[in-house]
Ligand binder design. Structure first.
Ligand SMILES: Nc1nc2c(ncn2[C@@H]2O[C@H](COP(=O)(O)OP(=O)(O)OP(=O)(O)O)[C@@H](O)[C@H]2O)c(=O)[nH]1
Ligand SMILES: O=C(O)[C@H](O)COP(=O)(O)O
Length: 219
């Protein structure tokens, strides 16, 4: 694949994981969001070191954390929501000369190297590849060119992205990958993730700081 950029949107941690407010304190939600974001950055640095990353956020702390893992960073201009942030990031990706883009959220419970390789393989022969979330959302979106379709993140976004590709007659495929379909939105998602990966979540569960917070007490 000529030139691919992985785009990771990251909400300001203080505003993240609102749907977990019923079971986690504000600080636990911040720490969980930062922990999963850090894990995402580590995954790509460790398993796909040749891939370029681009992180868009309104949080300077998250952009600094991303840069420490070698990611390009972009400060979100204004509160345009996820689709607005991704459109801004996509413009950067195009201007930087990338032919392919893959959007990955920062809240996938368990990123899997073989699944991401399957996503890359599908992206070689489809202009749009949608890795469906278990709730009908979009947990990865590969596009070539980067702005091949409009971003329609929100409820049932996988079907909306598929429809966008169909309207434009683009080669599109949907994948349902066991791990990549599992993002952590609701309390049962979190309970399932803790049960599946007790080690990874134990540090966070004990209230231990994530590496980022340890180094730079997060405000
Ligand atoms: N840069 C940026 N990233 C966002 C925005 N909204 C969501 N994200 C990111 O997009 C991915 C999917 O997030 P959501 O599940 O929609 O939101 P969340 O904050 O994780 O959870 P809720 O607060 O419960 O909706 C995560 O990586 C978020 O950090 C936004 O407005 N700007
Ligand atoms: O998948 C999406 O369209 C967005 O991430 C929102 O979905 P979620 O809130 O279920 O993650």
């Amino acid at each position: 694949m000529s030139k691919l950029c992985v785009v990771i949107p990251m909400k300001r941690p203080a505003h993240a994981k609102q749907r977990l407010a019923g079971c986690l304190s504000h600080r636990e939600r911040e720490q969980l969001a930062i922990s999963m974001f850090t894990n995402t950055l580590m995954f790509f640095r460790r398993h796909f070191p040749a891939l370029n990353m681009m992180v868009i956020s309104e949080s300077d702390e998250m952009l600094s954390l991303a840069a420490s893992y070698g990611a390009n960073t972009l400060r979100e201009d204004g509160k345009k929501g996820l689709n607005g942030a991704l459109s801004q990031a996509c413009q950067w990706v195009k201007n930087a000369g990338f032919s392919h883009q893959i959007i990955i959220p920062s809240d996938i419970a368990l990123l899997d190297q073989e699944e991401f390789s399957a996503l890359l393989q599908a992206a070689r022969c489809h202009q749009v590849v949608i890795a469906k979330a278990k709730d009908g959302g979009t947990n990865a979106l590969a596009t070539s060119p980067p702005d091949a379709i409009a971003f329609r993140y929100g409820t049932e976004s996988a079907a909306k992205h598929d429809a966008e590709a169909g309207l434009q007659g683009l080669a599109c495929c949907q994948l349902l990958l066991p791990n990549l379909s599992q993002d952590i939105d609701q309390s049962d998602d979190l309970e399932r993730a803790i049960a599946q990966q007790p080690q990874r979540f134990s540090a966070w569960r004990r209230g231990a700081d994530t590496p980022f917070i340890k180094e730079r007490r997060y405000a």
